[in-house]
Write a protein that binds this ligand. Sequence first.
Ligand SMILES: [Zn+2]
Length: 293
Amino acid sequence: MPLPYRLHAPGAFPDWVGEGRFVPCHRMSDLADAARHHPTLTFAWQGNRILHATEASFPLEDVPADLPVQRTLPVGLLDGRPCVAVDIAAEAPAPAGHAWTGLRALFNTLDAGWIALAGRSFQLLEWERTHQFCGRCATPMVMRAHERGRECPACQFVAYPRISPVVMGLVVRGRELLLARSPHFAPGMYSAVAGFVEVGESLEQSLAREILEETGIHAGHFQYFDSQPWPFPHSLMVAFTAEYASGTPVPQPGEIEDVQWFAHDRLPVLPPPISIAGRLIRAVASHLASLDP
Ligand SMILES: [Zn+2]
């Protein structure tokens, strides 16, 4: 029986963009007026670790004194308050009452809206860090005035923030789900198949290829589920359900440790619900449960 279009699943992150609460900005001058009336909400990064106060609320209001700021870039306005990302020198210790922590480790601590905004700030910062010089002629790049892009003043090459699409597919056969285990997963955890879209592929072509490569299964009838930015470091996850066509599960050597069919009511350890994989699997399992007599 085909899965319905489209399965209901609440998003992991509140929709601050759709609600009009968050407006992206690409020039510091766009934040200047707001900065006169509000403290600046500051996402301070050292490599891929973010600074947070161990007692006070998140995010920080302005940069703690004495931290060596290497660059500051505008992120946008949240409820009219300016938001910036700042890059802190690698050797700087966290100020008293603060800690440097990877964003994933804060998933259970911070509000999901702040996680999403912190992720956005990291992707922008990481893009700026890695696009200091022109990829064509090696001249130092400058920020464009009218859009978020870095331009080479010598050859006019323009680089935009990098987003890498990843397709994810959950294959369904009757009341069973095809789940795979990567060697780097937590013990006992299984998830849906996922992989980067390659140049020249549609999302659907990429999905069919990834499912076949990783599991030996032919699948089709892909239906869109949801998408979610995943800032580790710049992915956009696009999730689908898929229907089984043919084949027997065979794990891809080196990539997949085990792949199995699981009954919808006897699932293994799953990814957390903040990940799109966790939401996709739970939404399908809950739909299949609703069909049970
Ligand atoms: Zn150039």
